[in-house]
Design a protein around this ligand. Structure first.
Ligand code: IVH
Length: 377
C-alpha cells in the first residue's frame, strides 16, 4: 500500500484526501445531502489517518482528522460547548475490537489480555445534540457543530415530546445530557410521502430527514416532524451521581430521559461478539437506523485513566457494520479525465439506493479490473 510512498507522493495524496473529505463533510453536515456512502467516507478517512500516521509531518491543524463534524450554520445562534463533543474511532471487525482492548490495557499498564467490562450500545444513525439543564430545567440545546461550537436549537428541541423540560428524581444541579436525535422509519416514510404529494424533493434517508427537520428556523416545522432521541452521554455535570456507563443509563432513565433498551454490559470479547451478532440480525426489524455499535469501558474510573487521544476517547470505540451491497444495471461505461490528464473508466448505473444514498456512478479503476471482472454494459 503506502510502504514505499515518498514524502512527496504522500503529500499529494493527503492533500487530495483532505479536499475530498472536506467536500463530503459539507454535503453531510451542512447540506444534509451526502453523495457517497458512510463506508466509502470511512475509507477515505482511514486512508488519511494511515498516511498521517506514516508521515506525521503532513498533519496540519486544518486536517479533517483533527476535527469532528461540520461548521455551525450562520442562521442559528452559536453555542460554545462547555466540554467538546468528540468523535469515536472506528473498528471494522473483531480484530480491531481486540486491539482496542489490548491498547487500553497497555495504556494503563495492565496485562494486554485482561478482560475489560464494556457497556455496549447501538450506534444510532441520527445527529448528536447536547441539552443543558440547570436546577432540573432545560435551558439550552445545541447541535454538535464542529465539536467545539454548535447551533442553538433550544426552541426546536423543546418540540421533542419525550425530551423532559423538567427533570425528576435526584438530578445534579447542572447537567448536560448528550444523545442522538433521530426519526423513526415510520415517521420518515410519512414525511417523504407528504413531500412527494407536495412535489418537493425527498429526503435520502432518516438521518438527513432528522437533521433537516431539527434545523428549521420555523419551529412549527420541527414540531410537525415527531423527532425522537436516545440519551447516551453527558457533558458538564456539577456532581457525578454515577460511577459507570451502565449506572449512568439507569440514572438518566430516572431523570426522565429515553435511553436505548438494547444495551448490554459485556464481560469479555466473547460476550461482545454475541451481542454484535444479535443486533446485526435485529437491525432490519428496528424502527430506527443504526450504523454499528458503540463499546464503552464501563467503569468511569477506568475511563478517566484512559482519557482521550486527539479527538476521541481511548475508552470507547464504534464497531461499524460492513458496507451495504446492492445489485444494479450498468447502462454505459464512460471515461473520466482527471486533473492530471489521467483517464478512468466509470460505470453509469441505473440509480440505486444503498443505505440511503442514491448511487448513479461507480469507478471501474482501469482496464485490467474491467477484464478481470468481465464488466460490460
Ligand atoms: S458516544 C466521546 N454513543 O456517533 C464520544 N455516540 O463518532 C461520545 N452516536 O458523535 C459519543 N450512537 O453522534 C456515542 N450510543 C452512542 C452513539 C453515538 C450514535 C454517534 C454520535 C457521535 C458519533 C461518534
Amino acid at each position: 500500500m503506502s510502504a514505499n510512498l515518498s514524502l512527496f507522493e504522500a503529500k499529494f495524496e493527503v492533500e487530495a484526501l483532505k479536499a475530498q473529505i472536506k467536500h463530503h463533510d459539507k454535503k453531510y453536515y451542512e447540506d444534509n445531502a451526502p453523495s457517497i456512502s458512510d463506508a466509502e467516507y470511512d475509507q477515505l478517512r482511514k486512508r488519511l489517518e494511515q498516511l498521517e500516521q506514516q508521515f506525521p509531518e503532513l498533519v496540519t491543524s486544518d486536517s479533517p482528522t483533527q476535527k469532528v463534524g461540520g461548521k455551525a450554520q450562520e442562521k442559528f445562534g452559536k453555542v460554545k460547548h462547555k466540554k467538546p463533543m468528540l468523535s469515536l474511532s472506528n473498528a471494522f471487525d473483531f480484530e480491531d475490537v481486540k486491539n482496542f482492548i489490548q491498547k487500553a490495557n497497555r495504556y494503563i499498564g495492565e496485562d494486554e489480555e485482561k478482560e475489560i467490562e464494556l457497556f455496549c450500545e447501538p450506534k444510532i444513525d441520527g445527529l448528536s445534540f447536547s441539552a443543558r439543564y440547570e436546577n432540573g430545567v432545560l435551558v439550552q440545546a445545541a447541535t454538535r457543530g464542529d465539536g467545539e461550537e454548535g447551533e442553538d436549537v433550544t426552541q426546536n428541541v423543546t418540540t421533542i415530546k419525550s425530551l423532559p423540560k423538567k427533570l425528576t428524581g435526584d438530578f445534579p444541579e447542572i447537567l448536560e445530557i448528550r444523545g442522538e436525535i433521530y426519526l423513526s422509519h415510520k415517521e420518515f416514510e410519512r414525511i417523504n410521502q407528504e413531500r412527494q404529494n407536495a412535489g418537493e424533493d425527498l429526503f435520502a434517508n432518516p438521518r438527513n430527514a432528522a437533521s433537516g427537520s431539527l434545523r428549521q428556523l420555523d419551529v412549527s416545522i420541527t414540531e410537525s416532524r415527531n423527532l425522537e432521541y436516545f440519551a447516551y452521554g453527558w457533558g458538564e455535570v456539577s456532581e457525578l451521581k454515577w460511577s459507570s456507563q451502565s449506572e449512568a443509563f439507569e440514572k438518566f432513565n430516572k431523570y426522565g430521559f429515553v435511553v436505548n433498551n438494547r444495551t448490554k454490559t459485556c464481560k469479555n470479547l466473547n460476550e461482545v461478539e454475541n451481542y454484535y451478532n444479535g443486533l446485526y440480525e435485529a437491525r432490519p426489524n428496528l424502527n430506527y437506523d443504526i450504523d454499528g455499535l458503540v463499546y464503552k469501558v464501563n467503569s468511569l474510573q477506568m475511563q478517566e485513566r484512559l482519557g482521550f487521544i486527539s479527538r476521541s476517547p481511548r475508552w470507547a470505540i464504534a464497531h461499524k457494520f460492513p458496507a451495504e451491497q446492492a445489485k444494479t444495471i450498468i447502462k454505459d461505461i464512460t471515461i473520466q479525465v482527471g486533473r492530471t490528464g489521467s483517464l478512468t473508466p466509470v460505470a453509469e448505473l441505473e440509480p440505486i439506493n444503498i443505505g440511503g444514498v442514491i448511487v448513479k456512478r461507480a469507478t471501474l479503476h482501469n482496464k485490467d479490473e474491467i477484464d478481470r471482472k468481465d464488466i460490460r454494459v
